[in-house]
Design a protein around this ligand. Structure first.
Ligand code: 13P
Length: 255
């Protein structure tokens, strides 16, 4: 069955000092909850430190990107092999900040997706439309195009055991989340789209929402039947906010 998953995407934030306080505090605050699904995705250089701090917990380690190459003369890159070696499990790919700032195409993202699956890592595929596209009512077309790139490369069962994060660009980093009922419509579209290819993987694929998720809007978002958790940016850097979001995810799906 699908489980509500919260991933903290720390983006370009964090420090050794902050992490040494943040992670133990987080785990202590969550210690009364028997089962929750939380991933922390810090900048690469902090993966090892966080992995050690998470070692005795049920929280998992994630990363924010991966290179398409496995080893060799690729200065500055990190491979799926290295991520696996360090203990990362969930790997974010196709974030709009990478699509836009680093010109990552659907084709490159599809390569990364296939590579991660081959290494038994879980891709967290970010998709979503810009404000202009949203205003032009092109949301479904854009999402379908981004999904098609993956389906074309990895086949109809591509989304088996993976995560999709629907992140409308206009809702990221500004405190203005999309309306839960509207998000639900897009998530339902995404699930139906995958159902046409493979009903089993569509039923199981975790579809997170991302874009200004916080303790105030989390419960309402998680109540929607096709919203299976959240990819959280800013609020995942505040321990009490992250705890509240994880609790909202656990509560919503228990009811
Ligand atoms: P915010 O939660 O800061 O809007 O960021 C969302 C995001 O981009 C997560 O990947």
């Amino acid at each position: 069955m699908r489980y509500p998953l919260v991933i903290g995407n720390w983006k370009l934030n964090g420090s050794t000092k902050m992490i040494n306080t943040f992670i133990p505090t987080l785990l202590k605050k969550l210690s009364k909850i028997k089962k929750y699904n939380l991933v922390i995705a810090p900048p690469f250089v902090y993966l090892y430190q966080i992995q050690n701090l998470l070692a005795d917990s049920i929280a998992k380690l994630g990363a924010q990107n991966v290179d398409i190459n496995s080893f060799g003369a690729f200065t500055g890159e990190i491979s799926a092999e290295i991520l696996k070696d360090i203990g990362a499990k969930y790997i974010i790919i196709g974030h709009s900040e990478r699509r836009n700032n680093h010109r990552e195409s659907n084709k490159i993202i599809a390569k990364k997706f296939a590579l991660l699956k081959a290494k038994n890592l879980i891709p967290v595929l970010c998709i979503g439309e810009s404000k202009i596209e949203n205003q032009a009512e092109a949301t479904q077309r854009i999402c379908a195009k981004q999904l098609d790139a993956i389906l074309k490369t990895s086949g109809n069962k591509a989304f088996e055991n993976t995560v999709i994060a629907y992140e409308p660009l206009w809702a990221i980093g500004n405190g203005k989340s999309a309306i839960p009922e509207e998000v639900q419509k897009v998530h339902k579209f995404i699930r139906n789209y995958i159902t046409q290819k493979d009903a089993n993987s569509a039923k199981k694929v975790i579809i997170q929402y991302g874009g200004s998720v916080n303790p105030t809007n989390a419960a309402q978002l998680f109540k929607q039947p096709d919203i299976d958790g959240a990819l959280v940016g800013a609020a995942s850097l505040k321990v009490d906010e992250l705890v509240a979001i994880v609790k909202a995810a656990v509560d919503a799906k228990q009811n």
